[in-house]
Design a protein around this ligand. Structure first.
Ligand SMILES: [Zn+2]
Length: 302
């Protein structure tokens, strides 16, 4: 091939490849690369999911957990955070519980600092790479008082609609919402805003292999759950989209409401993505009593 032929050949080749990219007629190379990648990264990721009780038990009227139904009945609830681990020990924490200041102020019964529970599970601090804020109520965001320091390798994930409401919307300071607010916890997030460590999301997002955040508002304006693959199949750490598992079955959310119409649509979404027995609620005592115990205050949900 002389110089002219070579140039013509390159020109023609680039034209063909360019056309292929537009029409999708020669996807062989791309497909090959994709298949090779899938092979090298292995099959589906299978996560283990743990519930860690950091406070409780507390008595509560059933009617508070089940939308005004059962004023005569008392139930027992716990406060939890959750840990999700892959086979390499890489760990995602879901929510931050309550930090030391608020635990002291509230004199929280049965309080164990969340970081002690995480350590009890055998997780090293540097193994925590993600912390998901499901929503910014005090019992979930309170640990932001010290989580960014405790877990230096962690990236934090929150929905923009949730952050905006609790940080910027004056309605969040009025009585029905004020009781769920916790400024010191919110500050832990606002301190990270604009930097690499805080990811603000606008809806659903895949954040890892077989791990997706689902925007499921209702209880709060931007609540999100964590959908993942487990040995039991698809499961969602659904946090306070239900206080108790019965809410998902009875189609009856709790009595702490930002938007009930949206909330019921979120139930449709959750039930479409995982079997109902794999939707893990935010405060159900059964999450501790009905699952295999792996350490004091810790059970394996899936
Ligand atoms: Zn809660």
């Amino acid at each position: 091939m002389d110089e002219m032929d070579r140039r013509q050949f390159i020109k023609t080749l680039s034209l063909v490849l360019g056309a292929a990219a537009v029409t999708g007629t020669v996807p062989a190379l791309a497909e090959e690369g994709k298949a090779g990648k899938a092979k090298s990264s292995g099959a589906q990721e299978v996560y283990e999911v743990f519930a860690l009780r950091y406070a409780g038990p507390f008595d509560m009227k059933l009617a508070k957990a089940l939308n005004q139904t059962g004023w005569e009945e008392n139930i027992s609830i716990n406060y939890y955070i959750w840990a999700i681990r892959n086979k390499d020990g890489e760990t995602t924490l879901v929510d931050t519980g309550t930090g030391p200041t608020l635990a002291r102020e509230l004199k929280l019964k049965g309080f164990v600092p969340p970081e002690q529970l995480v350590a009890r599970l055998g997780v090293k601090r540097e193994e925590v790479t993600k912390v998901i804020m499901t929503h910014m109520h005090f019992d979930h965001v309170g640990g932001m008082e010290n989580f960014p320091q405790l877990y230096p390798n962690a990236t934090f994930y929150v929905q923009k609609s949730e952050y905006d409401f609790w940080v910027n919307n004056p309605i969040s300071r009025r009585p029905p919402f004020k009781r769920s607010r916790y400024d010191l916890g919110n500050k832990g997030l606002t301190d990270l805003a604009g930097g690499q460590r805080l990811v603000m999301l606008d809806g659903d997002r895949v954040i890892g292999p077989d791990m997706e955040l689902l925007l499921v508002p209702g209880h709060s304006p931007g609540l999100q759950g964590v959908l993942l693959n487990t040995a039991k199949g698809s499961a969602v750490v659904a946090s306070d989209s239900a206080h108790i598992a019965r809410s998902f079955r009875d189609d009856m959310p709790s009595s702490i409401i930002a938007d009930m119409v949206t909330w019921l649509k979120s139930y449709d979404k959750l039930r479409a993505r995982a079997p109902i027995e794999n939707l893990f609620p935010g405060h159900d005592a059964l999450m501790l009593s009905n699952y295999p115990k792996v350490a004091e205050n810790i059970t394996k949900l899936a």
